[in-house]
Design a protein around this ligand. Sequence first.
Ligand SMILES: [Zn+2]
Length: 466
Amino acid sequence: MLAPLREITRLIKQNFGVGGDTVADLAEQAKNEDVELLEALETDDSEMAKAAQEASVVKLVNQILVEAANERASDIHIETEEQGIRIRYRIDGLLQNQNLPPEINRFALAIVSRLKIMARLNIAEKRLPQDGRIKMKVQGREIDVRVSIIPMIHGEGIVMRLLDKGRMSFNLKNCGMLPDIYGTFKQVIDRPHGIVLVTGPTGSGKSTTLYSALNEIKDEVTKIITVEDPVEYNQAGISQIQTHAKIGLTFGHALRSILRHDPDVILVGEIRDKETAEMAIQASLTGHMVFSTLHTNDAPSAFTRMIDMGVEPFLVSSTVEGVMAQRLVRTICPDCKAEYVPDPDAVPLDFPGRTGSVKPAPDIAIQQGVVEMMGAAAANDGKLWKGMGCRACRQGGYRGRTGIHELLINNEVMKDLVVQRVNAGVVRLEALKAGMITLRQDGWRKVLNGTTTIDEVTRTTAGDIN
Ligand SMILES: [Zn+2]
């Protein structure tokens, strides 16, 4: 219904008797309720608590949280520096400064106290690190916030990790795998037993890939158990265990007990030590499919990493079926995407079609994927894409992220090599012979099809051999 503002104001005054209250004030209140806390708060009568509960502080903190959620931030960093407070959001993997009014410094202490109250922490404790959690709803979406507070020399630093449950979807089709990699990965995760590893640094999307894989194979006849540290997303139809190192419930310990729960598929958050590695191998040898992650840069290094932990090479070679290395690259903003011709000197030597660059590793027939890439490069006629910057991407030219992948499928030749304890480079050559597309090559494929840019691939694969 349409009605003039004057009329609405008159009726509100008449019916609610709010006297001085204006429509604008009411609108402000409604905005405040954008953040709905899902757990009751406890406060005391101290001055600190009172300052933290002042309406303006509550509103300010809510705005910080709402803004972060709207910007799809994964983390909020609140840092106290000599000059005052600084707030940065991590969006698509990179930190971005937030502009703040200078008056915010007056509220610095109260903001910290307010966040401590929301996370149910001790607001009087300012000398020791504290960890807490905020469960809230922002505009109807349920968001879990993990809060970490550490005292720094200029005051307490706060980092909040936002887990936006409403936005998470664990669908293998949305992980950004190109059809060849998707198809092969799907085949390997459907096997009845063995180990599948996903590798990459923190924040490379390993958990998302694994949860998506579990969702893909989840059905009524399959029992899936996970051991995680911590459990970040509750998954329907999957039994999840949270490790608890203080009382000795480690990955290895939990794995030992899990087998008595008769699972078909097991997810171990991470293989960090010999005990976990051996239990994972044991599980796979007794007919279970085991998924886990490792911290290595590329896929072939997964074998040597496990052997370095002290596991027998023949056990590693006979159980690890596939290894997926991955990174997340930012995707070009669809609203301001435009063609351009890159400066030839800015194009990396291993980029397909780069003049004077064709240098497949010696003795290797060029992988089928690379042949297709050269074709795509020729078809593009030297043109690539980038974001020019617009409001939707905050002038950055990127919006959202997708994966680039390197999928190694173990074969008889590689198994022999692993048993001989060769270095990762030798396994890598063999994998390339078998047709493996490397991380960088997969990245170039996504540059050529206009998903991302050379800069993104170079940034996320720096330090990898091409
Ligand atoms: Zn844009």
